[in-house]
Design a protein around this ligand. Sequence first.
Ligand SMILES: [Zn+2]
Length: 380
Amino acid sequence: MQCERCKNTDPKYFAYDHGIYYCRKCIAFGRLDVGEKPKVLQVSHVVYKKGYHLDFEMTALQKAAAEKTLTYLKQGKSVFVYAATGAGKTEMTLESISYYLSQGKKVGFAISRRQVVLEICQRLKKVFPSLSVIAVTQGYTDIVDGDLIVCTTHQLYRYPYTFDLLIMDEVDAFPYANNDLLQEIAQQACIGQFLYLSATPDAFSLEQIQAGKMEMVTLFKRPHGHPLILPVVHKGSIWIQIFWIFYYCNKWKNKQVLLFMPTKREVQLFYRFFACFYSCAYIHSASQDKDEIMAKFHQKAFRILLCTTLLERGITVPSVQVIVYRADHPVFTCASLIQIYGRVGRSFKDPEGEGVCLCQSVNPSIQDCLKQLRQMNQSV
Ligand SMILES: [Zn+2]
């Protein structure tokens, strides 16, 4: 027995109901009986030849990377775009999206996190003003077809055998990474080529590239031309680390600071303590009013934001400085540290900045993070 959706063959995941077996592994996406194929959604196919429109000029390197990506896709190959944080990954895809749409083909853009789906949908609406660009995610599921579909990786279960080009952003992020159910669903949704985007490729993707199953295009230079920042590492006990937090928060007195902590408990505890000295707030996955806290931070209503890895990706705050407390804690993987320090120096006005890495010992994740940042800076 095999499930036609998630490819599960493990008998313990099949349930028996009135003479029929059905798969329990992917039941969250609707019941599918053994032998039954997932229902194909009838989607529209627009032929769109107007190209895309940007308010700014892409750099020569961005253009070259975008063209190279499209060349591989035209050859029927999937592509992995390995781009530094802030290098403009989304722009890399526009040339390819335009080409597929001009051929009357279906394009999907899938991302792990809901917040980023909404953000990218807004951006693509501006870039393709005469297309219906729709977001499909929790709270936005009334309309599931448009000329261009932006969705969470979870929502891909609605689109079996649908996309000629499926763009997958943040494949190394939770919940997509290491989730074979979501990965099977993505495989099933795509009948053409994949375009993966990441600042931190995982071992599996690298193997696929090595084996020639997919092509890689790199873009390590940020549009403003400045290198990625390398964090300063300070080793010491927790008390010494706290001393450094005070030292840097005072040193950067006119700048906003993101202060990453490994756990929600520490975020709350330190918030009470730091609130006696600085204007600050905290945010983690259980915070009720996340949008409001972020809006206030963007408006500079307070200076220091204590957070967990919740904020490691997707957010862009101009001129922000970053501190990671207990960076040797296992929640801070190499990929998440690269993302975290990638928050610094993203704006044209303030392309430089500082990052601080506090730890008791420099573990392999920290070592790898520093090594990869150096490599990216050297290879541009
Ligand atoms: Zn299944």
